[in-house]
Ligand binder design. Structure first.
Ligand code: FE2
Ligand code: FE2
Length: 344
């Protein structure tokens, strides 16, 4: 069992040399001048620099008009179903991130988790902003509660919800590890077929304001991927017995299967630029990329090409000044050059 952090633990030791990612013994104070994890101090300015609010993104009225006049029936259905899944994911992230913080014993990492929780809340608010303008109240209900009548979505939501609930109910080492791998899959894989759908719309100059918000959300999510990839790597360094490679591969396999099934169900073959084949290829390619970030071999060695490579120009992860969405460039690779200092 893991022990939940005490609010204040006067006997604790804050010296960074003795700090551990979990199961440490800190006082509970945010002593941030003495940081151990240099990747955390490097990630902080990137996360803070990504600040945005949905209320400042203009053009949703154009999206509302376009939704009725320019989207096919299949695109409208996909827009609603994809948003429903993203809404669910950001909801549970907003609620659950603090549950991980309760067991992380590094203030510099807890700092980032607090920023993440705040960003997940902003994402939730951004969906509300989209739904307020683009669709009518009946459709809004339908989108929030799509899972009520959709067995495939309900199963997906229950799967990840149960992984988190098991960890909250019984915070064993194993349930903690399952929880952070579940979190990593959510952040690094679950969102991306949905993001690809919005990219294909933007590629055809459709739903540009929604696309811009999705782009900001993705920029945040990529920092969350980095954060959790690093937490998992620290678990491997500091607690090799908790790190369970077989479990990672098993969970990846399940997640890829679920993501392909759901994405094919909601996107099908009727969205220009997306086929069942590209959905399969993209999900497997992405899973390999995410495993590589954890220092693990690919699960699908045959999936070496990103079928949506042509859409990368719409994403803000590339340092391209002519970036269509005019968003800030981030570089989310891990930096170890700062040695625990907070230089901007
Ligand atoms: Fe999010
Ligand atoms: Fe996230």
């Amino acid at each position: 069992m893991l022990k939940r952090n005490k609010i204040f633990n006067p006997q604790g030791e804050d010296n960074s040399a003795k700090r551990r990612i979990i199961k440490g013994d800190t006082t509970g104070l945010f002593q941030l001048n003495d940081a151990r994890y240099s990747w955390a101090t490097s990630l902080y300015p990137v996360m803070i620099g990504n600040f945005w609010i949905p209320e400042k993104v203009s053009g949703l009225k154009d999206d509302a008009r376009m939704f009725r006049s320019d989207l096919s029936e299949a695109e409208q259905r996909a827009y609603k179903g994809i948003l429903s899944f993203l809404i669910f994911l950001d909801s549970i992230q907003t609620v659950n991130i603090p549950n991980f913080s309760d067991y992380i014993t590094s203030p510099e990492v807890n700092l980032l988790l607090s920023i993440q929780a705040y960003q997940e809340a902003i994402h939730s608010q951004s969906y509300a902003t989209i739904l307020e303008t683009v669709v009518d109240s009946k459709e809004r209900e339908e989108i929030y509660y799509f899972w009520r009548d959709n067995e495939i979505l309900l199963k997906r939501n229950e799967y990840i919800g149960k992984i988190y609930q098991d960890f909250i109910d019984r915070p064993t080492d194993k349930n903690f590890f399952r929880g952070i791998i579940g979190n990593y899959l959510l952040e690094s894989l679950y969102f991306y077929n949905g993001f690809a759908f919005f990219d294909t719309l933007v590629d055809k100059m459709k739903m540009l304001a929604t696309g811009r918000m999705i782009s900001y959300i993705r920029r945040d999510e990529l920092t969350h991927v980095t954060l959790f990839a690093n937490i998992i790597r620290e678990i491997k360094n500091e607690f090799p017995k908790i790190f369970d490679e077989n479990l990672i591969y098993k969970m990846f396999e399940t997640a890829v299967k679920q993501d392909i099934d759901w994405s094919i169900h909601i996107l099908g073959n009727k969205i220009p630029g997306i086929t069942e084949e590209t959905t399969r290829a993209y999900t497997k390619w992405l899973a390999n990329q995410r495993l590589e970030l954890l220092g693990l071999k690919p699960l699908y060695p045959e999936a070496v090409e990103n079928p949506y490579k042509h859409l990368e120009r719409l994403q803000d992860t590339n340092s391209d000044k002519s970036n269509f969405l005019e968003t800030t460039v981030i570089n989310y690779t891990q930096s170890s050059s700062l040695n625990g200092s907070w230089d901007f």
